[in-house]
Write a protein that binds this ligand. Structure first.
Ligand code: NAG
Ligand code: NAG
Ligand code: NAG
Length: 455
């Protein structure tokens, strides 16, 4: 069995190198998107340099938006679709307007870290960490006043809430030309087609009726709006420049390799992005090795168990941008909706049959599209970086899969746990509004024991 798994792991390794996703790095001054080209690349094809104009770097409509009636907020995203010159530059911007008590509901940017500045009013903001072994999902919150700045790290669930009686306005810089947005409530309960209520009832520990009700009620209109006002545009341009300057310093990615290897020195007291390297003379074969992946994990209440083999288990993975997991499923077991904030996943079924799926980020006006597939033994499926996905064993026998992930430390955000089980809990004002249920339902959900199936 071990030999078989090793072979599959090697295959997965070979194929996942080709799919490491990031904003393309620049190889020239600029590469203004050519909207006439019908060639598809990662990002967009460049326009002829001779045809580039100042207008390609300009957007003139970042004015007050009309907050939606239900949530009381509106996001005007200025990404590569609005400014073609942003192509390959790894940055974009959003203006967020809040009515009194307006909420920008819990959401994720699969491809961007966000740095937010409050222009007017006061905001209560927060983000939830990915599942920390044994500790769960930690919530960090802060009340922001005019002029305050806050950072939401890439791929983590976050929200902003106007707790005041006046309007509020914020500007956010995002470290991608196309950061994407996944509004949790919409992506989970409002995808098209809907995620099977088997999957959601188990993941959120509610009955199927509750899921059906949520699916019928979530899915409000969160389209982006723009208006024109020249003075405001000038004011905002200044802030954009500030946001640009500060967000360049925080562009996040697995560090690229500058040598053969950089085995993590876990004893070093020096903290860096990843780990400091061990002296190469002290490196041993054991640093690249882990064992036991032939042993099935003990499945929990959800009927699954994920055994991750990441930088915590193999010190040699440091800077190499890859890791692996074994996933065991009991009959009807579920690996519930989750995201990996820092990795694409490529999964192979070793035994049994799995029903798998992922949901796209919010597509302007088009909602969240669900892609699903039944996988048989030997089948392979890809879950793109940062998107919500799940796997369910629909059969009467156990199932086993091996997944390779394009980060030494991909992280896991289990949606139900991060939203309803964070410590401290997210305010029930925020959740009641985001999921459009009453506070009693939120309190009941928050009182459940949110089980983690990750190791
Ligand atoms: C392409 O961009 C130009 C200039 O920005 C604009 O006038 C035109 O409408 C765009 N065409 C399409 C098909 O989006
Ligand atoms: C959302 O709002 C936009 C603009 O206000 C409108 O064109 C669109 O039809 C609405 N979509 C839905 C699903 O209501
Ligand atoms: C997964 O299985 C392993 C091995 O049996 C066990 O030690 C671990 O506690 C299980 N993890 C969870 C989260 O249930």
């Amino acid at each position: 069995m071990a030999a078989k798994i090793l072979l599959i792991a090697l295959l997965a390794l070979a194929s996942s190198h080709a799919i490491m996703a990031s904003d393309p790095s620049q190889l020239q001054d600029f590469c203004v998107a050519d909207n006439k080209s019908n060639v598809f690349v990662n990002g967009l094809v460049c326009k002829n340099m001779m045809d580039v104009k100042a207008e390609d770097f300009f957007f003139g409509g970042l004015n007050p938006g009309n907050p939606s009636a239900k949530l009381g907020s509106v996001v005007n995203l200025v990404n590569v679709d609005k400014i073609p010159g942003l192509n390959t530059l790894g940055i974009s911007l959003a203006r967020i307007d809040f009515a009194p008590f307006g909420l920008n509901p819990p959401h994720i940017h699969p491809r961007g870290t966000e740095i937010l500045t409050v222009l007017e009013g006061e905001l209560y903001v927060g983000f939830v960490t990915s599942n920390i072994n044994g500790v769960g999902n930690k919530l960090f919150t802060k009340v922001l006043k005019k002029g305050d700045v806050f950072v939401f790290p890439q791929g983590l669930i976050h929200f902003q809430f106007n707790k005041g009686h006046a309007n509020a306005v914020a500007i956010a810089g995002l470290s991608s030309q196309n950061p994407g947005v996944i509004t949790i409530a919409n992506a989970v309960f409002g995808s098209k087609p809907p995620i099977s209520d088997d999957v959601l009832a188990k993941a959120f520990q509610v009955d199927q009726k509750t899921v059906d009700w949520l699916q019928a009620h979530v899915g409000y209109n969160s389209s982006y709006e723009t208006y024109i006002d020249i003075l405001m545009a000038a004011k905002i341009l200044l802030l954009v420049l500030l946001a640009l300057a500060s967000s360049h310093a925080i562009m996040a990615s697995d560090p690229s390799q500058l040598q053969d290897f950089c085995v993590a020195d876990k004893d070093s007291k020096v903290l860096v992005n990843g780990f400091v390297c061990k002296n190469p003379m002290d490196v041993k074969a054991e640093d690249f090795f882990a064992s036991g992946l032939d042993m099935p994990g003990n499945t929990n209440k959800l009927g699954s168990n994920v055994t991750a083999v990441n930088i915590n288990k193999i010190a040699g993975l440091n800077t190499l941008g890859i890791s692996l997991a074994r996933i065991d499923f009991a009959p009807f077991g579920l690996n519930p909706p989750h995201t990996h904030p820092r990795a694409t996943e490529i999964l192979t079924v070793l035994e049994g049959e799995l029903y798998v799926g992922f949901v796209t980020s919010n597509i302007n006006g088009g909602g969240n599209k669900l892609f699903t597939k039944i996988l048989k033994k030997g089948d392979v499926f890809v879950f793109p970086e940062g998107l919500i996905h799940f796997q369910m064993n629909k059969g009467h026998t156990n199932a086993v899969a091996i997944a390779a992930l394009s980060s030494q430390n991909p992280g896991v955000v289990t949606i139900a746990n991060a939203v309803f089980g964070s410590r401290p809990p997210i305010s029930d004002d925020v959740l009641a509004k985001a999921f459009q249920v009453d506070k009693k339902t939120v309190d009941w959900l928050q009182a459940q024991f949110w089980m983690d199936n990750n190791n």
